[in-house]
Design a binder for this molecule. Structure first.
Ligand code: KG4
Ligand code: ZN
Length: 329
């Protein structure tokens, strides 16, 4: 089954063709990073407009690279939430029109479910259930038990900032530009192990996170309110170490407490080099972390998640709407 995956929930216009939920035939991403960088963050209105301009050429390129026309496809999957309402509307309305015109079945996909299914891409063996998914992106930090295809139980989440949001805000404090996560990661890599140790937040829930206190602490240090200001790279490394330690510790505890058979690391922050290394080093279970380019937003993960829903006989109504505040589990 060849599924077209369409993703426009934030600042990436992405379309992919994926066969049987695994094999990527094409995966085209038009990034809007340079558009939003000058504002230091994603501007929702500008994002919607850019999606409108990009969606047709991105679809054309995805079909061309896969070697198909619409007629060669079996279904259309599209992200319907969570995300920016105006941005989601572009993808969902485009997908609805395509489905109507082509007669192909349509399936709406939860963006977070898409991040989970990135772990199925280009992999022969299926991740075994139950599995623990750590979904860390710009908008979410969720610890989710996946008991079977489409069966989710959210065990933990952030009580304030998402992990990616914390990376981006701290990167901004350190003058690293937007998006800050990758820049902070690179800077920290050069610093090695930091001598400075920043605290890990205490949160009531066993598997919950909090990152806003850490961000405030970095702000105080940067402003010189805690004495001599350390090197930027040292501060970046200390921040990253604290975030990664919290994420890994909670995810491993959740996996052990719930009998998970493997751990999936996904979402944009799963591209972080220290997080990937530390989770693999400290976990007794197999860790499946898609390659970094499949961890950040893309259409292939949406096609993969849609495939399993279609296989279960699900279809979305032609009047499907967006759900900007959708959660998982
Ligand atoms: O999943 P994603 O592409 O979009 C959302 O659904 O939010 O995640 C984007 C987030 C941004 O906050 C970005 O800074 C972060 O992922 N990110 C990273 C790295 N690469 C992307 N954070 C830390 N280290 C990285 N290497
Ligand atoms: Zn995402």
């Amino acid at each position: 089954m060849k599924v077209l995956g369409i993703e426009t929930s934030c600042d990436e216009t992405a379309v992919a063709v994926v066969e049987d939920g695994r094999r990527i035939l094409s995966n085209v991403i038009a990034s809007q990073v340079e558009l939003h960088a000058r504002y230091g963050g994603v501007v929702p209105e500008a994002a919607s407009r850019r999606h409108l301009e990009a969606i047709v050429p991105v679809l054309d390129e995805a079909l061309e690279r896969a070697g198909f026309t619409l007629r060669g496809l079996d279904a259309i999957a599209v992200t319907y939430g969570p995300g920016l309402a105006g941005a989601l509307l572009v993808g969902v309305n485009f997908a609805k029109a395509l489905a109507y015109a082509s007669g192909l079945p349509l399936i709406g996909v939860n963006h977070l479910e898409g991040h989970v299914y990135a772990a199925w891409l280009e992999r022969e063996e299926e991740p075994p259930f139950p599995l623990l998914a750590l979904i860390v992106s710009g908008g979410h930090s969720d610890v989710v038990l996946v008991e079977g295809h489409g069966v989710y139980r959210r065990l933990g989440e952030t009580v304030d900032d998402a992990a990616g949001e914390a990376f981006d805000k701290v990167a901004r404090l350190l003058g690293l530009g937007f998006p800050g996560g990758p820049a902070l990661d690179r800077l920290a890599q050069g610093a090695g192990r930091p001598a400075l140790r920043l605290p890990r937040a205490r949160v009531r829930g066993d598997y919950d996170f909090s990152f806003s206190g850490l961000k405030t602490r970095v702000q105080r240090i940067v402003r010189g309110e805690e004495g001599a200001v350390p090197e930027t790279a040292e501060l970046a490394a200390a921040f990253q170490e604290s975030v990664v330690d919290s994420l890994v510790t909670k995810a491993l505890k959740a996996a052990a407490d719930h009998g998970a058979r493997c751990i999936i690391l996904s979402g944009g922050v799963a591209a972080n080099s220290l997080l990937r290394a530390e989770l693999a080093r400290r976990s007794l279970l197999p860790v499946m972390a898609p390659p970094p380019e499949l961890c950040t937003d893309n259409g292939a993960m949406i096609a993969a998640a849609g495939y399993w829903r279609l296989l279960a006989g699900e279809r979305s109504a032609p009047v499907m709407d967006v759900e900007p505040g959708l959660r998982i589990g």
